[in-house]
Write a protein that binds this ligand. Structure first.
Ligand SMILES: NC(=O)c1ccc[n+]([C@@H]2O[C@H](COP(=O)([O-])OP(=O)(O)OC[C@H]3O[C@@H](n4cnc5c(N)ncnc54)[C@H](OP(=O)(O)O)[C@@H]3O)[C@@H](O)[C@H]2O)c1
Length: 331
């Protein structure tokens, strides 16, 4: 198989690329920057921007499948930036599939597309998209996912995987953010309710992508569907955060602020950052306040039965790998 992985130099993309190479697939990666680790894996790197359709069409030449992993993630930024990378970029990936007669597209979605600010406990893929989003990231990821699923046809099979809160060695989002806040003395629990949240170790999330690719074919049972991907080990959110802190050699966080206060602070910060055009991320947003004070865990029976997915690395084992990584390269 010859695969194009968009964002193959990123956190999740890097593990997908490694697994594809380990089983002997040919891989090209598409991203704006250069990622030296990819060359060591024998991956052809193509530099380009998702917003440039011609660059994607050229990059996908000769490929059998695209893993569209690249996206603009994050809690803050301009709507146009999110839209261009996540929505226009996805439309362009679909154009690259069609221009090159590629019949399979595995898209990396996000469970945040169904998050409406309330507890989500054990829901499955029948959960609806909410009418309103409190951040550009989930909104544009939801738009992109619908475009991907609507594009499923007799000549192009598409599937969307929704990995929930990916973590592990190489993490450049969740883990470093938690550790930096804790080290700066700025981490606080939001509320005292023990909200269950599930997460996914990065290798499990990557494995799900390969399983989906192998089962994906036009008209097949996986085509046109979305799947939640988790470790299926929901834990109280702050227990998980404290495990990550422990892996970094930091004490558990016990101080808390009321959820309503965090939400109000988020609204004020967003207003100030917009009004004064402040650089960097606000310390709190409404979306983050809700995410950190509600339960969100999902039923992964569909991924288990349709994809044959089963998490191979438990949270306990993943934490051992994380601790090792943080002690060497990651901190
Ligand atoms: N991390 C999570 O917890 C999580 C949870 C759910 C879903 N996801 C989804 O998983 C996917 C991968 O996330 P990640 O955590 O691995 O993120 P990441 O490490 O930031 O990787 C994203 C990659 O995309 C590339 N990229 C971004 N914008 C681009 C653009 N305009 N043109 C070309 N390449 C671009 C980046 O490379 P360059 O900077 O070199 O361009 C980067 O390597 C995303 O689709 C994200 O929405 C992540």
């Amino acid at each position: 198989m010859k695969a194009l992985v968009t964002g193959g130099g990123g956190f999740l993309g890097g593990v997908i690329v490694r697994m594809l190479r380990e089983r002997g697939d040919e891989v090209k990666s598409f991203s704006r920057g250069a990622h030296p680790s990819l060359s060591q894996l024998g991956v052809e790197q193509i530099r380009g921007d998702l917003a440039k359709r011609d660059q994607l069409i050229k990059a996908a030449e000769g490929c059998d499948i695209i893993f569209h992993v690249a996206a603009k993630a994050g809690i803050w930024g301009g709507y146009d930036d999110f839209y261009n990378a996540n929505v226009t970029g996805t439309v362009n990936v679909l154009a690259a599939c069609r221009a090159n007669d590629i019949s399979r597209l595995v898209y990396t979605g996000s469970p945040s597309v169904v998050f409406d600010g309330n507890d989500l406990e054990g829901g499955d893929e029948s959960l609806p998209y909410p009418l309103h989003y409190e951040a550009h990231y989930p909104q544009t990821k939801a738009m992109a996912e619908q475009i991907v699923l609507d594009a499923d046809s007799s000549s192009l099979a598409t599937v969307s995987l929704r990995p929930h809160l990916i973590w592990g060695p190489g993490d450049n989002h969740l883990v470093p953010r938690i550790i930096a806040k804790a080290r700066a003395g700025k981490l606080r629990r939001i509320g005292t309710k023990p909200c269950l949240v599930d997460t996914v170790y990065v290798d499990n999330a990557a494995q799900a992508h390969l399983l989906a690719a192998d089962r994906l074919e036009p008209g097949g049972s996986v085509a046109g569907k979305s799947y939640f991907i988790t470790n299926d080990e929901p834990l109280p959110l702050w227990e998980m955060v404290n495990h990550i802190l422990a892996a970094a050699g930091l004490p558990p966080e016990t101080r808390s602020i009321p959820p309503q206060l965090a939400y109000t602070a988020g609204a004020i910060c967003e207003g100030l950052w917009n009004l004064l055009r402040l650089s960097g991320e606000p310390p709190m947003t409404r979306f983050v306040a809700k995410e950190l004070s509600t339960a969100h865990w999902f039923n992964i029976n569909a991924a288990r039965s349709d994809l044959g997915y089963a998490p191979q690395i438990s949270i306990a084992e993943g934490l051992r790998h994380l601790r090792q990584w943080l002690a060497t390269a990651g901190s």
